[in-house]
Ligand binder design. Structure first.
Ligand SMILES: [Zn+2]
Length: 161
């Protein structure tokens, strides 16, 4: 059963679709707390865009959707599972949010409308690492904690390919 009041501040929760989310969720209008019934799983794809800057696009996993399909959906281009490889698995401290980032094979060309967007600091840090890995021609797999505001992204290399 869903709670009626905010676990943090006690304010009555409201059901609404929040920015960047695809489904309605109970949230607190006072403190911003969101009552997720499951861990939020975001999936993204890193790809080399037009010019030199790589692009990272993320979206939320839909109920019943495979992670690989979500990654391909985030790309918005025709690509197959063979074109993507896991690059980084991130989780926040509470385990309430998970983000799986795949990298896209360089054979897949992103269309012109896939332009870099203003990204949070941890995504910019991951993009910078991806650029260095691409220059070196070596793509390890990383794990990391989703950093709180003002914290840096600490990538831990767990394997290399
Ligand atoms: Zn609250």
């Amino acid at each position: 059963m869903s709670p009626a009041f905010c676990r943090l501040c006690g304010t009555a929760l409201r059901l609404a679709r929040l920015s960047g989310d695809e489904q309605s969720r109970l949230h607190c209008p006072a403190c911003g707390y969101i009552e997720y019934e499951n861990p939020r799983v975001d999936v993204g794809c890193l790809a080399l865009g037009f010019g030199t800057d790589p692009v990272l696009r993320t979206l939320s996993l839909r109920s019943g959707e495979r992670v690989q399909d979500a990654a391909l959906r985030s790309l918005g281009v025709a690509a197959g599972e063979d074109d993507i490889s896991l690059y980084c698995a991130l989780s926040d401290r509470s385990g309430g949010a998970v983000c799986l980032v795949f990298r896209v094979s360089q054979q897949v060309a992103l269309p012109a409308h896939v332009a870099p967007v203003e990204a949070p600091a941890w995504q910019r840090a991951l993009l910078a690492r991806f650029s260095r890995d691409a220059a070196a021609g070596r793509f390890p797999v990383y794990t990391a904690e989703l950093p709180a505001a003002g914290e840096g992204l600490l990538l831990r290399e767990v394997s290399s390919s």
